[in-house]
Ligand binder design. Structure first.
Ligand code: SF4
Ligand code: SF4
Length: 270
């Protein structure tokens, strides 16, 4: 174990290699691998809104309890948008709070970022073709013994093997919001907009209360059927929240404003 630990200490250089979904990679990870669990310490591990509800439900906690116990706020460097990340333990290694003797204790609901590793993911806007394109990159860290071993597979095959597409698709609009904000470059963002983004991205219970217990429904027209869905389904609530954020932050007309509403100060778009 020392040799591996030293290797990790000696080689922390990360070499990003850009890939597409059809690029071939070789990677194999299993409990007997000598570096087992070394990748689960000292991480900046961002949580998607879907990660939060899935891990929270698995732990049987309320969102507030989960956020308080296991996360801390984090500002995404390029966009300046606030999200949450997992708070590492305060031990010497700064291990992930979900790392147990036998590996990940929340393996079935592990975060999207853990599923991707050793791949990273991003989106960029192809202005010539007027569409968003997914890009991937390989993160080569010296301690990881799984790289370049096992069967060759495409990036897409790897994503499917990790259950990534079904977790990513429902929150695609959230990724688009971050990417659009990134594309504006550095700029000051109104505090209120940051708060709304953070609420939708991190706390469905608070967003639900905001929809049903504030003047929200006096300001926006929401079909009865949608209201019924978002009352009880957190994922539907998130998806409604992404559309609403696009409406108030970018001026997209995805959630209809009521013509006559209370004179509530308009939220300044980005
Ligand atoms: S959530 Fe699981 S897989 Fe991800 S870093 Fe923590 S222990 Fe490792
Ligand atoms: S092979 Fe890589 S991903 Fe798997 S346990 Fe080792 S360091 Fe972690």
């Amino acid at each position: 174990m020392d040799a591996i630990t030293n290797l990790r200490g000696l080689d922390k250089i990360i070499v990003p290699i850009r890939l597409t979904s059809s690029s071939k990679i070789r990677f194999q990870c299993y409990p007997g691998v000598p570096c087992f669990k070394l990748c689960c310490s000292d991480l900046f591990l961002p949580l998607t809104p879907y990660d939060i509800i899935r891990i929270r439900d698995r732990l049987g906690l309320t969102t507030d309890e989960f956020l308080l116990l296991y996360t801390e706020p984090f500002i995404l460097p390029k966009s300046g948008l606030p999200i949450v990340r997992l708070k590492m333990r305060e031990d010497e290694e700064k291990t992930c709070p979900f790392l147990g003797e036998g590996g990940c204790t929340i393996y079935e609901v592990r975060p999207l970022a853990c599923r991707y590793y050793p791949l990273g993911f991003g989106m960029f806007r192809n202005r010539d073709e007027g569409k968003n394109e997914d890009i991937y990159y390989l993160v080569k860290e010296g301690f990881c013994q799984g790289l370049d071993s096992g069967e060759e597979m495409t990036v897409e095959e790897y994503r499917i093997s990790q259950g990534i597409p079904e977790l990513e698709e429902p929150i695609k609009e959230w990724g688009e919001i971050i990417m659009r904000k990134e594309s504006f470059g550095p700029m000051e963002v109104p505090e209120k907009s940051l708060q709304l983004f953070f609420m939708v991205s991190s706390n469905p219970e608070r967003f639900r209360a905001f929809v049903f217990e504030s003047k929200f429904l006096d300001m926006f027209e929401v079909p009865e059927e949608t209201l019924e869905e978002i009352k009880k389904d957190d994922l539907k609530l998130l998806q409604f929240g992404f559309k609403w954020l696009k409406t108030v932050l970018f001026g997209d007309k995805l959630v209809k404003r009521k013509k006559e509403g209370p004179s509530v100060k308009k939220i300044k778009p980005f």
